[in-house]
Write a protein that binds this ligand. Structure first.
Ligand code: RP5
Length: 163
């Protein structure tokens, strides 16, 4: 999926990551942020990864959200090949419940940062919100959309629990 003049690239290691990463795209869409989605595997399609990461800035992307599970090298390898901010989403794995994904994304060596979010859906949503916050520094429309998003969230919290 690609929307006009994508600002955010949402990449994932496998089709199986889409169930998690679609939450990032839904949040970007709610903020009115143009994005593109690609399956880019650090292990199965390494040449695609190199091309994507090296061309990202030149194509006009501002932020990359990268989701992967297991031996999740996609966010780190992407960050190694682009100066753009890379936000990593650890996808919940079957074997280790995403702890493998989390640790392999978060434990980057000093010098190549990946902004690592929570495991799973919450991380995907927050990656999109964080991408929005980055874009909002220079985009008043995104800043306003983020303010409205938070107002709606606050308004949706009941004063007291119901049975
Ligand atoms: C990683 O391996 C992907 O990011 C995915 O989370 C995991 C499993 O991939 P599949 O075997 O389901 O394609 O590369």
């Amino acid at each position: 999926m690609t929307t006009a003049e994508a600002q955010v690239g949402v990449i994932m290691g496998s089709q199986s990551d889409w169930e998690t990463m679609r939450h990032a795209t839904e949040t970007l869409a709610a903020l009115g942020i143009a994005f593109e989605t690609r399956i880019v595997s650090a292990h199965r399609t390494p040449d695609r990864l190199v091309t994507y990461a090296k061309e990202a800035r030149g194509r006009g992307l501002k932020v990359i959200i990268a989701g992967a599970g297991g031996a999740a090298h996609l966010p780190g390898m992407t960050a190694a090949m682009t100066p753009l901010p890379v936000l990593g989403v650890p996808v919940e794995s079957h074997a280790l419940k995403g702890m493998d994904s989390l640790l392999s994304i978060v434990q980057m060596p000093g010098g190549i940062p990946v902004g690592t979010l929570a495991i799973g859906k919450a991380g995907a949503i927050n990656a999109a919100l964080l991408a929005g916050s980055i874009l909002a520094l220079q985009d008043p429309a995104v800043a306003a959309a983020l303010d409205q998003w938070r107002e709606r969230q606050t308004g949706a919290v009941a004063e007291a629990p119901r049975d």
